[in-house]
Write a protein that binds this ligand. Sequence first.
Ligand code: SAM
Ligand code: SF4
Length: 333
Amino acid sequence: MEMLQDSFGRIHDYIRISVTDRCNLRCVYCMPEEGMEFAPHDQIMSYEEIAQVLKVLAPMGMRKVRLTGGEPLVRKDLHQLVSMISAIDGIDDIALTTNALLLDKQAQALKDAGLNRINISLDSLQASRFSMITRGGDVNKVLKGIEAATAVGLAPIKLNVVLMKGINDDEIKDFIAMTIDQPLHVRFIEYMPIGQASDSWRKSYLPLEAVTDVCAEAGWTVENTAGPAGNGPSRNMKIAGSQGTFGLIHPVSDHFCDNCNRLRLTADGHIKACLYWSDEYNVRRYVDAPDAMAALFLKALGTKPKNHEMALALERKMQSHTPTVRRMSQIGG
Ligand code: SAM
Ligand code: SF4
């Protein structure tokens, strides 16, 4: 069986699957407040179809799966999908990215079904600001979700914080302080221009040196560390003696494409070999034709560009391909 390798020799063993394009929030950097069009239910991959895809990919070297969205926990009985994936030979790591609003009631079932790890998105610890960024979310529900995930042993818990200039950059210190006496792994992420390189993105984009500046100002002794299991393209640090860690993910200012091992599957069944560009391939039509499906994945990998060019978008420079018009909620983040 041919391995999932692209034309630059990068082996792909990790897939991020968007299980729905719908969401119970409308975060300012991800979705417009109104007018978002969602795929009709019959265009969304069923759990059986997603499992079919993974049964084709596992013998080709796929090892890690992350379920995302939209908000994956709004999809009915997500734990059933987790169970189906757990039963596939070769897939040894199942993770979830969620806004955690619905997590407290589902954490145990997800853990029992075989979920290994969880990333929770949390961009502010202040109730009114969290509600502003998410357009209506309740931060206390997220904190309850974090508690529930901790209680059922879904460790390590990573918190994803998208940093935005003038919006939440004054909370960097508060987020890092959380890692001192809790085993939490905070990952600061640069705001990406997905589906729109607009003026509002340029205004809010913040390079992540801001985080190291805050540590220096606070007088914290910071050590480099390996970070938690399943660590992606993050540079990880910890305050000396702390239980948790924090990391920086610089997709815009310092792309990590050389080591990219990721494929993405959209909720409506399209393979995206790169999050940023518009290229995609409809795999759903081959759900009953495993050889054709495997060939399509290899084709998608064969055309995967060497890197994204988000930094050029920041400088309004010409790019080599066409950026996607899909929103992050449609691609799966
Ligand atoms: N709804 C879930 C959540 O929010 O965790 C999963 C889907 S969401 C699209 C996945 C991740 O993408 C979240 O951590 C979110 O913060 C991040 N994200 C969305 N839009 C982004 C952007 N423009 N730049 C950086 N990260 C973004
Ligand atoms: Fe929904 Fe996640 Fe996008 Fe926020 S980041 S709107 S929670 S999909």
